[in-house]
Write a protein that binds this ligand. Structure first.
Ligand code: ZN
Length: 256
């Protein structure tokens, strides 16, 4: 567990980095490691050999994404999403503190939202079906363990909840571009109405492919128009890792 904490210590840096709170593209990229891509010599099939830090991409046995199929129905405790837009104001005993933190609670453990980002098409598939896109809401608990909420996105109606963000996509066409948006939206509106999830133990879907990530993929997809999906793809397209072997892992699904 200690090494995991060290591995994820760079995430604190990430928070300040992501002025555009929803990041298009990479999962969680560590600095000072080998360049990787989604195609060619540095593509997913080669990640494990690009850098010793990436060896889990090849040798790991609980890698993500996966094809979600044959899930075991269980009565799971709902995830609590504390995603509302209100700023907490706290007397912490020493000072007046503002608390913009957004959290989820999973089985009694609180995870703080670090960032969210998008892949198109989706990384997870359900019974072999790949969706048009997938959002990853990345959270971390106080011990450094990650929990990622995956939201599958299918072609359909225009999703007005994403309009403000999508209006800025043309400003971040190139790697390193940054912008910001006034964001006081209740972030639960970015999620599907139904809060049922598929759950399994997996990994980061980008190098270093670190395992020990709790995956919570929402059963109900959200919709975006084909125009919105094209706008996303105009920045990053085909930024998905192919599905990985299950290696005997079980997938759970809410049955209530
Ligand atoms: Zn991701």
């Amino acid at each position: 567990m200690r090494s995991k904490i060290r591995n994820f210590s760079f995430l604190a840096f990430f928070l300040g980095f992501c002025a555009f709170y929803g990041v298009v593209g990479h999962e969680l990229s560590a600095a000072e490691t080998a360049h990787w891509t989604y195609e060619g010599d540095h593509g997913p099939a080669h990640w494990g050999g690009l850098d010793t830090a990436y060896k889990a991409c090849d040798s790991g046995t609980s890698q993500s994404p996966i094809d979600i199929t044959g899930a075991t129905a269980e009565s799971l405790t709902d995830i609590t999403f504390n995603y509302d837009p209100n700023l907490g104001i706290i007397n912490n005993g020493h000072a007046v503190q503002m608390d913009p933190t957004r959290t989820i609670v999973v089985d009694g453990t609180t995870y703080t939202l670090l960032q969210y980002h998008f892949h198109s098409p989706s990384e997870h598939t359900v019974n072999g079906k790949q969706y048009d896109a997938e959002a990853h809401f990345v959270h971390k608990d106080s011990s450094g363990n990650l929990a990622v909420v995956g939201v599958l996105i299918e072609n359909g109606d225009t999703n007005s909840k994403y309009s403000k963000m999508w209006g800025k996509l043309s400003k971040i066409k190139n790697s390193g571009d940054e912008t910001s948006i006034p964001f006081n939206t209740d972030m639960t509106s970015l999620l599907p109405h139904g809060k049922k999830t598929y759950r399994y133990d997996g990994s980061l879907t980008t190098p270093p492919c670190t395992e020990g990530v709790k995956w919570l993929v929402m059963v109900e997809p959200i919709q975006m128009s084909s125009k919105q999906i094209k706008q996303l793809q105009a920045v990053h397209k085909d930024n998905f890792r192919p599905v990985q072997a299950l290696h005997g892992r079980t997938i759970k699904e809410d049955n209530d």
